[in-house]
Ligand binder design. Structure first.
Ligand code: ZN
Length: 321
């Protein structure tokens, strides 16, 4: 399919390393140079793979891992300005999602407003919980101090992409002796799914019914478990939200194919959320343009759905074009 839009594609600035601990040595060096390049090899690969537009966002953990609040605010601003400059060179091929200093909800709302209103950004991408004030801290965004932030996101009418991040070393007891499962093989989805469920269970979407959250990796395993989740929650008290979890996931969430090029999982996501709530993504440079596109272009789904997932849903949600 020509004219695809890929919506979870990453870049970095010198201040945001982030993945070097997970990918040591020459592998990280290769990733790093690909993250720093926007208009060279990346664009040539997009051309070959039939990707017309890449929606760019900062790498992980980046801003969320900077526990000094003032520094997080400064790095987010610097990264967003760098991204704006890169997109301005080729606005026909790139769009931008803002990095946000969620350590300070008011500053995060102000930075998102600046990015959307002044820099023509299409939404935000945030790498999970934020460390705030000290290294061994984790603040999730369902807590009350973030409600004015969410109201501002809803008011701006832009989507919020909740992207994975590393779990903190002090909270990895379940991975003891099996650290290869930390990060993208398993831990990323575990961490991001519980954050998404906290948002849905907190009543956030009762307060902001139009808010749209995007999850990568075909929904971080949530679509597969949605029936069981609601089945068991019907027997468990304590949730603040008014509706069933499934209702929120079908009204307030989109999922993308980033790093998850599995036909059965895609069809399951379409069956669970509907083809209007699934979008194509690669997760470049952690994944390969050619592999993602060879799979997506040939996957056995209706052509009308390929068009929606490969392009039209992203145009609508991110107001592209
Ligand atoms: Zn990613």
């Amino acid at each position: 399919m020509q004219g695809k839009i890929a919506v979870e594609e990453h870049f970095r600035i010198e201040e945001t390393k982030g993945s070097e601990a997970r990918y040591p040595g020459s592998y990280w060096a290769g990733l790093s140079s690909k993250l720093l390049d926007v208009h060279g090899a990346r664009l040539a690969e997009m051309d070959r793979a039939g990707i017309e537009i890449a929606v760019l966002s900062l790498n992980s953990n980046a801003v969320q891992g900077i526990y000094e609040v003032g520094k997080a605010i400064a790095v987010a601003r610097k990264a967003n300005d760098a991204l704006a400059a890169a997109v301005t060179k080729r606005p026909d091929r790139f769009a931008a999602l803002a990095a946000l200093p969620m350590q300070d909800p008011e500053a995060a709302a102000a930075e998102l407003t600046r990015c959307v209103r002044e820099l023509n950004f299409k939404g935000a991408l945030v790498n999970g919980f934020s460390q705030v004030g000290a290294e061994d801290t984790a603040v999730y965004y369902d807590v009350p101090q973030y409600r004015p932030f969410w109201a501002e996101v809803a008011r701006l009418g832009v989507p919020f992409y909740l992207h994975p991040r590393d779990q903190l070393p002090s909270r990895r007891q379940a991975y003891e002796g099996h650290t290869y499962l930390v990060g993208s093989p398993w831990g990323f989805a575990d961490e991001t799914a519980i954050h998404a469920l906290r948002l849905a269970g907190s009543g956030l979407f009762d307060e902001c019914p139009k808010l749209q959250i995007v999850l990568g990796h075909l929904g971080e395993r949530i679509p597969y478990d949605l029936w069981r989740l609601d089945h068991r929650l019907s027997k468990v008290p304590g949730r603040r939200a008014k509706r069933a979890m499934g209702d929120y996931f079908r009204r307030n969430f989109h999922v993308t194919t980033s790093g998850h090029f599995c036909t059965q999982s895609l069809i399951h996501a379409i069956l669970t959320l509907g083809a209007d709530r699934v979008m194509f993504a690669v997760d470049y440079p952690f994944e390969d343009h050619a592999q993602a596109c060879a799979w997506f272009d040939a996957v056995d789904i209706a052509e009308a759905d390929r068009r929606k997932i490969g392009r039209d849903n992203a145009v609508r949600l991110f107001t592209l074009g």
